[in-house]
Design a protein around this ligand. Structure first.
Ligand SMILES: O=P(O)(O)OC[C@H]1O[C@H](O)[C@H](O)[C@@H](O)[C@@H]1O
Length: 278
């Protein structure tokens, strides 16, 4: 099976729209009012239950990457979510999706929880909000990310401002480093392999610029940011990516990794990533 998953489309009166798959609570598409597609979605993506969609905005929960004993990036992106509500406002459209613990999640992560993903689209921006409530009677801990794949026309012309002065973990070199300047992807073509966790980004806006297009990425509630591009060699090993797919995307992820979130019984956490086409 490789068909489109069951999905909903949000349509704002001003023409902005977003599509969300119930499989994974996964944002697949974002079109700002009067603009073109801003998210990368691999044409070779699989939409099979239990598999992950390559592109859009995967929800990594309750574990980022391989930072713990759970499957890579946790389980939320592989499970069916439930649509709670969908409505159109005067100048936006909003949907809320929910994922609760089940026998399958409790088998590998023994916690009662409720995750809510709210997506609001309108004008030139989209807000993606993830909330987690601990419904159990013991504390729970998680790491998480909104793993946003931005679409770019040519990665070679892209820069990311806002990271200078921050410490990061370079997952390719397996070493800590300091980001001295803005991140320029120019000239990296052919040798690129970028996988970095920037700590303590918090609410600093990140400006992703490609020629005259600029996307401003803002986060609240997420301490860290991940910048990922597999580059040509790693991309060639990804069965769900075309060989040159890496040159059309850049992941700019809002994440909580360095300091896992701990929730006492009844407590909640909320994190938001907002994207705005400047
Ligand atoms: O292939 P996936 O499981 O979707 O992971 C894709 C990527 O996600 C994050 O950005 C990690 O930092 C990378 O190390 C990982 O390769």
């Amino acid at each position: 099976m490789n068909s489109e998953p069951s999905s909903i489309t949000l349509q704002s009166p001003d023409g902005a729209s977003a599509t969300i798959a119930l499989h994974g609570g996964h944002l697949l598409s974002w079109l700002p009012a009067g603009g073109v597609e801003q998210l990368y979605l691999s044409p070779r993506s699989e939409y099979t239950p239990g598999k992950v969609i390559r592109g859009g905005v995967p929800v990594c929960f309750p574990q980022f990457a391989e930072s713990g004993p759970l499957p890579r990036h946790g389980f939320a992106r592989k499970l069916p979510w439930e649509l709670v509500s969908q409505q159109q406002g005067k100048d936006d459209a909003l949907a809320v999706l929910r994922l609760r613990d089940s026998d399958a999640t409790r088998a590998i992560w023994p916690h009662a929880f409720e995750l809510e993903l709210s997506v609001r689209v309108g004008g030139r921006s989209i807000d993606i909000e993830l909330a987690c409530e601990n419904l159990g009677d013991t504390p729970l801990q998680f790491t998480t990310a909104l793993h946003t794949y931005l679409r770019v026309a040519d990665l070679d012309a892209v820069s990311v401002e806002g990271l200078a002065g921050l410490r990061y973990f370079d997952a390719v070199k397996q070493a800590d480093a300091l980001q001295r300047m803005d991140l320029l992807l120019t000239g990296e073509k052919g040798v690129l392999d970028l996988d970095r966790i920037y700590y303590g980004v918090k609410e600093r806006p990140l400006l992703v610029t490609e020629d005259r297009r600029q996307v401003v990425v803002r986060a609240q509630g997420f301490d860290d940011a991940v910048i990922w591009n597999p580059g040509p060699e790693r991309c060639a090993q990804l069965a769900d990516m075309p060989p040159d797919g890496w040159s059309e995307m850049l992941c700019v992820e809002a994440a909580c990794i360095g300091r896992p979130i701990e929730l006492q019984p009844g407590e909640s956490w909320v994190g938001r990533q907002s994207l705005e086409l400047a």
